[in-house]
Design a protein around this ligand. Structure first.
Ligand code: URA
Length: 435
């Protein structure tokens, strides 16, 4: 087959700071997926994009080209609007678990395609798989049927959505080009737009435990994604939220399920409840619903009923006891004072090393492994109080988990005890929000 463009011309255009034509973009993404454009050519183009950037039009065209390489889902036959949430990933970020059934209980269907975790941020599917019997792999027909019957589904994203992204992401990972904002935004949004949701709320995390360490960078990414979604006809907004310290008290798969169930029962840590309710309000507002307060559905048990139905529909037993780490070790306060810093990255890496996460795609995770925080940022402690417990099935992992807590970035350890009040703001900014 004669190709209508030449990869080297496309690379040169971007290398020299030019704007790619729509057809060059459509061709290069498709040709790369077909194997006609070689990995070394695409890696050179990705580096040129990282250095030169892309215009709003180029990013939209690139995203559409990625969508065109695979299938798209369509939920327009449902009797309800659809809304989804995407988080850029953080430590203890279990919000999808209470959020999906909560929004469903308020009359908006939630089709959420999720992934497994890699590195120090946990994956939603890994968390749900700690529920005995629960199954992540659904067909498109099963997903549709569950949305009709229950209103919420969280399942594995198959290989059919934006296959170009899978190939390109693996290449970016080994060529130092993951950080290009046009490529991050198009990677995330191609999958979300192809998923067919009507409303999308982005939770862009900022801080040591997040992909974006800095607020300005996070704003830039959020604006780019909000524009992309809205330009593609998906009502999209973003919250920028704090990830300098873990979310909630539980970090690890089964531990996070337990905490999510506490939230659904009307309790749970204040930060998890606040973020769940804020994201739910935003999803409902995007779907045009402003007269229902999701906080009520958490308190009166409707969200819990919806959770039980969602878990049972995928073979899970919502009443089954969850796995617990076989070995537990305590970390105690070395002095009196106030917890003035509890670093998200240090705690996330500790949970990961204890077995809650994986280093390679093929690794298995331990359902019961992780970290439970008994004291959080701003809490008063006395010398000898238990600050956290570490849980694992593998005793040899315990010392590596403890090392992660003492190796925080500034060398002072993941936990600092000082004096004075600590003010923590969860929601740092909003982009394009309707609430
Ligand atoms: N998550 C994605 O899906 N893609 C990226 O490029 C970065 C984070």
């Amino acid at each position: 087959m004669t190709e209508r463009h030449d990869a080297v011309d496309v690379i040169r255009t971007k290398r020299d700071g030019g704007v790619l034509a729509a057809d060059q973009i459509a061709w290069v993404v498709d040709a790369y997926t077909r194997g006609v454009v070689a990995d070394e050519q695409m890696s050179s183009l990705a580096m040129a994009i990282l250095q030169r950037g892309m215009t709003r039009e180029e990013i939209a065209q690139w995203t559409q080209a990625m969508i065109n390489t695979g299938e798209t889902l369509d939920f327009s036959d449902l009797d309800r609007p659809t809304a989804d949430k995407h988080s850029t990933g953080g430590v203890g970020d279990k919000i999808t678990l209470p959020l999906a059934p909560l929004v469903a209980a308020c009359g908006v269907a939630v089709p959420q395609l999720s992934g497994r975790g890699l590195g120090h941020t946990g994956g939603t599917l890994d968390k749900l798989e700690s529920i005995p019997g629960w199954r992540a792999d659904l067909t498109n027909e099963e997903m549709h049927a569950q949305l009709r019957a229950v209103g919420a589904v969280v399942c594995a994203a198959g290989t059919g959505l934006a296959p170009a992204d899978k190939k390109l992401y693996a290449l970016r990972d080994v060529t130092g080009t993951v950080e290009a904002i046009p490529l991050i935004a198009s990677s995330i949004m191609s999958k979300k737009i192809a998923e067919g949701t009507g409303v999308l709320v982005l939770d862009v995390k900022v801080g040591t435990g997040a992909f974006m360490k800095d607020l300005e960078q996070a704003r830039d990414l959020a604006r780019t994604m909000v524009n992309l979604g809205n330009d593609a006809g998906v009502t999209t907004s973003a919250l920028l939220t704090d990830m300098s310290t873990p979310l909630g008290r539980a970090i690890g798969n089964a531990l996070e399920v337990t905490e999510s169930v506490e939230v659904l029962a009307g309790g749970g840590p204040a930060d998890v409840v606040e973020l769940t309710v804020e994201l739910a309000r935003e999803m409902l507002a995007g779907a045009g619903i402003k007269d229902i307060d999701p906080a009520d559905a958490l308190k009166d048990g409707r969200a819990m009923d919806s959770w039980r139905a969602m878990i049972s529909a995928q073979g899970g037993d919502p009443d089954a006891p969850l796995a617990q780490g076989k070995h537990v070790e305590e970390v105690r306060a070395e002095s009196d004072g106030v917890i003035t810093s509890l670093d998200a990255l240090g705690v996330g890496v500790a949970a990961w090393r204890l077995g809650a996460g994986r280093a390679r795609k093929e690794d298995k995770v331990q359902a019961g492994a992780g970290v439970l925080l008994h004291k959080v940022l701003g809490d008063k402690v006395n010398k000898g109080d238990v600050i956290m417990t570490l849980h694992t099935d593998t005793p040899a992992r315990m010392s590596r988990g403890l090392d992660a807590l003492s190796e925080a970035l500034d060398g002072t350890g993941a936990v600092s005890i000082g004096s004075g009040d600590v003010d923590r703001q969860i929601i740092l900014d909003r982009i394009g929000t309707a609430t």
